[in-house]
Design a binder for this molecule. Structure first.
Ligand code: SF4
Length: 246
């Protein structure tokens, strides 16, 4: 089988573990977040086509060097069959499996959870489920309204809630100056996830190569801004398992 994979790093560092992981960047994404820092992987391109036999061979070669595979993108859930094939191979090799997703494909995520193919899921929760969601994700199309995408994302949250004792769940929200940075928005997000047994990471927008060139020179939020935001959320909702991911 072939798949659209923008980049494959055989053994790379990750921010959720001290171990090395094989990093697989799927190309193609249904969101167009202006601050996305993998803009080259937002569209599937002919030069991204790769035979999964090669990827599986790399996985065999890296066994013993890496702790597991980290599937990211783009949006990996866009290529369900390729995802299933790689995850099954990883399980066969007893490698840990970590999926990084925007949560817009609940059917795919439910199938992966049901088949016990995922050890850790990192889900981006980009914005509260109101008009801000579209501003932050630019995900609505002629065929799919923002409200439908929000409903799909909520369905993923329900699936995670059902499996949160079996799978490690991490939610992530990027703090983007001028876009998503108000305490009120974060309090709304925390309400959406309060029933799920998960950690919630706040991560700063990183300037540099991002999808919307107008955002390239915007400064990242400071450490003290992040800490103040975390503390004020924690003060209002003490049960929130919130942390900062620098
Ligand atoms: S940041 Fe947004 S646009 Fe970029 S890969 Fe993630 S979901 Fe897609």
């Amino acid at each position: 089988m072939q798949a659209f994979i923008g980049e494959l790093i055989p053994a790379g560092t990750v921010d959720f573990s001290n171990e090395l992981y094989m990093k697989i960047y799927f190309s193609g994404c249904d969101f167009k977040c202006p601050y996305c820092n993998t803009p080259d992987f937002l569209e599937t391109k002919f030069e991204h086509v790769i035979d999964l036999k090669e990827v599986k061979r790399d996985m065999e070669n890296q066994r013993g060097t890496v702790e597991g595979i980290f599937l990211t993108g783009g949006e990996p859930c866009f290529q369900k069959q390729a995802l299933l094939e790689l995850l099954r191979k990883a399980k066969e090799l007893k490698l840990k499996t970590v999926l990084d997703t925007n949560g817009s494909k609940p059917g795919v995520i439910e199938a992966l959870l049901k088949n016990e193919l995922i050890d850790t899921i990192i889900m981006d929760l980009k914005a509260p489920f109101n008009e801000t969601f579209e501003k932050v994700t630019k995900s609505a199309t002629f065929f799919k309204q923002s409200q439908n995408i929000i409903e799909d994302t909520k369905q993923t949250l329900q699936a995670l809630k059902a499996y949160d004792e079996k799978v490690e769940v991490i939610f992530r929200t990027t703090i983007v100056p001028g876009l998503i940075f108000r305490k009120e928005d974060f309090l709304k997000i925390s309400k959406e996830i309060e029933d799920v047994n998960a950690a919630w990471e706040l991560q700063p927008f990183r300037s540099g190569m991002v999808a919307d060139k107008k955002m390239q020179n915007i400064n990242s939020p400071t450490d003290s801004f992040l800490e103040n935001l975390r503390d004020s959320i924690k003060k209002e909702i003490p049960s929130t398992n919130i942390r900062i991911n620098r």
